[in-house]
Design a protein. Structure first.
Length: 305
């Protein structure tokens, strides 16, 4: 039985190639699933690093395979027993077609990931029982700003006040800025603010630990944007020719090295935000540069193939 791998491909190139793709896919899925709710995105960064390492292994294995002579089976094959040729690379076509748009969407999600400081602060407040409660107004320390009722909002007043906050250990007077009430804020009336009854040290605020609407905004973006990676994937799949795909399976320096370089630059652009490590004084400035990297890499390979 002769070697069933094409020239330049061996069992090692196949293993390294699928490990590279699998690590990248795992990093993308972890980013979309929010495995790390806020930076540092250690697991995602490790998986992306593993994918880069396996890519280097794939290149090295491919270069070695090109120097190894192919084994030839000298036995004459019976044409009547030749098995029918099956389309090859079907799974790779699906990975390329849908993986590229989904990877772009994952990079978009990472770009809007909140900071680690905000995430840790929100977790501390939620564990302390930080929620919305009523507190009595002791006195006003500012002039109320009146907002008349509109079709979208009710009438409201906003001003700075001193509140008698009913903590479990006894009420405390606390000065709070920007308190909004539905009626004119007179002493003795109540206002709804955020505090933890058992933990006075966390303070009093006018906003929740996680801003209102963040879940709805996330759900809205998911509904609006999620179908597009699959639409784009279906379009890409229809344009990938079998012969071009077969050429993509074999390492070619002029085709794969620039594509891998573009993908690596995309990962490096996300790292300052993912790990919260400022580069040139910025963490979020570089992240949007990662968005076109997957599409550019696929475009380059398709044109070369």
């Amino acid at each position: 039985m002769g070697n069933t791998y094409e020239p330049g491909r061996t069992r090692w190139t196949g293993t390294a190639g699928w490990l590279m793709v699998g690590s990248a896919a795992a990093a993308v899925l972890c980013a979309l699933a929010g495995v790390s709710p806020y930076p540092p995105l250690a697991l995602e960064a490790c998986l992306a690093g593993a994918s880069a390492l396996f890519a280097a292994c794939w290149v090295a294995a491919s270069l070695h395979a090109r120097r190894v002579p192919r084994k030839v089976d000298l036995r004459k094959a019976d044409p009547r027993r030749r098995p029918p040729e099956r389309p090859r690379g079907r799974l790779l076509r699906i990975v390329l077609a849908f993986g590229i748009p989904i990877a772009t969407f994952a990079a978009f999600v990472v770009c809007f990931t909140g900071s680690g400081e905000e995430g840790r602060r929100s977790e501390r407040l939620e564990r302390a029982g930080y929620d919305r409660h009523e507190a009595r107004i002791v006195r006003l320390t500012g002039q109320p700003v009146h907002r008349p009722a509109t079709d979208d909002n009710d009438e409201s007043y906003t001003t700075d006040v001193v509140l008698s906050v009913p903590y479990e250990g006894g009420p405390r007077d606390v000065a709070v800025e920007g308190v909004t009430t539905g009626k004119y804020p007179e002493p003795g009336t109540t206002a709804k603010v955020y505090f933890a009854p058992a933990h006075p040290e966390v303070g009093v605020g006018t906003w929740p630990a996680r801003p209102y609407g963040s879940e709805w905004i996330t759900l809205f973006l998911a509904i609006v944007l999620c179908p597009w990676p699959f639409v784009a994937g279906a379009a890409i799949k229809s344009y990938i020719e079998p012969r071009a795909l077969e050429r993509m399976r074999r390492f070619d320096p002029g085709t794969h090295l620039p594509a891998l370089g573009l993908l690596l630059l995309g990962v490096l652009a996300l790292l300052p935000l993912a790990l919260e490590v400022p580069v040139a004084g910025f963490t979020r400035l570089w992240a949007p540069l990662a968005l076109p990297a997957p599409a550019l890499a696929l475009t380059w390979m398709a044109r070369r193939a």
